[in-house]
Design a protein around this ligand. Structure first.
Ligand code: HEM
Length: 403
């Protein structure tokens, strides 16, 4: 899946909650309130329209406009309490804090409710439907197409497809991803579904355990991601055979198999999805693991604005001044959205690597595949391997001992 499409998914989903794509409301006449907000401002916000807050964020008083404390009739400064609160809310107050954590001087941030509503609403709903929809689609596909069988006579011989170290990398990736997926879903869906079903006490136990597993297993996932990238990147570079393979739909619904090298175009798409989306999930995950230390969204939004991508996607100018907490909120949403997309892709991968195709699992199970399977699904690679084995005089291995 391309980055552009991902951005579009994010934009579409966030547009629902954040109203990025909406037009600004006409400027209301605020003379009656002396420049303060009017009923129309409040109503516009409640309708979800974008209200330019400049008239409030700028109205923070002028401390120098009053007589200094030491003077006769001196005051604490020329800013009223409401003006001070506005300065706190819009992040322009001059604050010193005794603790010096990264977000210590942000006393008020107002992204929390938007984030919470999006997390409990569209994120849960669309994310849940995406996973359930993928499972239903795979079940329907299985009913229509059935298991993809090895068409020709089996040879009784095998060739090596993956070395033990490659299989270790794959299963480390798979095992960690599945654990991260399950514990992530428990964390996300817990409040809505698990607390009503099992009660607070059981969920508290599950939540603490999930968090511990999720935080620690993430390192195994990142390590495995690097391993499979190094092992397989060369075999996943695009080649001309991929176009033919894609045009023929991988031969899934037709007779015969389009030629393929070690990985066919479908697998290359899976590989690059795993690498790109996995790296993006890792980056946002690290931002969550080390709160307020890795702020990426304001900078990314600025780049999207500069390259005109946000405008092209109908999102207008994205905000480039984000409170540290908002950075975390975006990191959480991005982490979850991209994970949902990758989980859906991986469901399809697990299907085709197990029940969906005869002979596929052995590649990662024993590392050896039936020669006929290799000739049908990866004809170019199989021919190369056979030639190499013949040249080395090693031949192919018999699946059953010779009688
Ligand atoms: C129980 C779950 C899984 C099963 C049964 C499974 C099975 C397989 C098999 C049989 C292959 C080799 C295909 C071939 O010989 O051409 C493979 C490759 C691969 N797997 Fe998995 N896998 C699982 C989970 C995962 C997960 C969770 C990920 C990533 C998060 C993953 C990523 C990959 C990648 C990148 C490849 C190489 C490209 C490809 O063949 O699509 N797998 N898997």
């Amino acid at each position: 899946m391309s980055l552009r499409l991902l951005l579009f998914v994010l934009a579409t989903m966030m547009g629902i909650s954040f109203g990025w794509a909406q037009e600004a409301a006409p400027k209301p006449d605020r003379s009656a309130t002396g420049g303060a907000q009017t009923l129309e401002d409040i109503m516009a916000r409640q309708r979800g329209e974008a209200v330019d807050n400049g008239f409030r964020s700028g109205a923070t008083g002028d401390p120098d406009s009053a007589a200094g404390l030491a003077q006769q009739l001196g005051t604490l400064g020329g800013a009223s309490d409401p003006e001070l609160w506005r300065a706190l809310r819009f992040g322009s107050a001059n604050i010193t804090a005794t603790n010096n954590g990264p977000a210590a001087t942000t006393l008020i941030q107002d992204g929390g409710m938007r984030w919470l509503q999006f997390r409990e609403g569209p994120l849960l709903t669309y994310g849940g439907y995406l996973l359930l929809g993928t499972i239903v689609l795979l079940a329907v596909f299985f009913l229509i197409r059935g298991r993809i069988r090895i068409d020709g006579e089996k040879t009784g011989l095998t060739i090596e497809r993956f070395k033990p170290v490659e299989r270790f990398g794959h299963w480390l990736l798979a095992g960690s991803f599945i654990l991260l997926g399950i514990t992530g879903l428990i964390t996300l869906f817990g409040r809505k579904f698990l607390i009503p079903a099992f009660g607070h006490e059981t969920f508290a136990f599950l939540a603490v355990g999930s968090k511990w597993i999720h935080n620690n297993v993430s390192w195994a996932f990142m390590l495995a991601l690097v391993m499979v990238f190094v092992f397989w990147v060369v075999h996943n570079l695009p080649s001309r055979t991929d176009i033919n393979w894609l045009l023929k739909g991988g031969g899934i619904f037709t007779k015969g198999h389009p030629p393929a090298k070690k990985f066919n175009a479908g697998q290359k798409l899976i590989f690059w999805s795993v690498i790109i989306l996995g790296a993006s999930i890792s980056a946002s995950g690290l931002a969550l693991l080390f709160p307020f230390e890795l702020n990426m969204f304001a900078a990314t939004f600025a780049k999207l604005n500069d390259f005109g991508i946000s405008a092209a996607l109908g999102m207008g100018e994205l905000r480039t001044t984000l409170a540290p907490h908002e950075e975390m909120q975006y990191a959480q949403l991005w982490h979850a959205i991209v994970s949902f997309v990758l989980m859906a892709i991986i469901l399809a991968h697990i299907y085709i690597g197990s029940v969906g195709m005869e002979g596929a699992y052995d590649a990662m199970g024993t590392g050896e595949v039936e020669l006929q399977w290799a000739r049908e699904h990866h004809s170019i690679w199989a021919a190369e391997e056979e030639a190499r084995n013949a040249a080395q005089g090693s031949g192919n291995r018999a699946t059953t001992p010779a009688e």
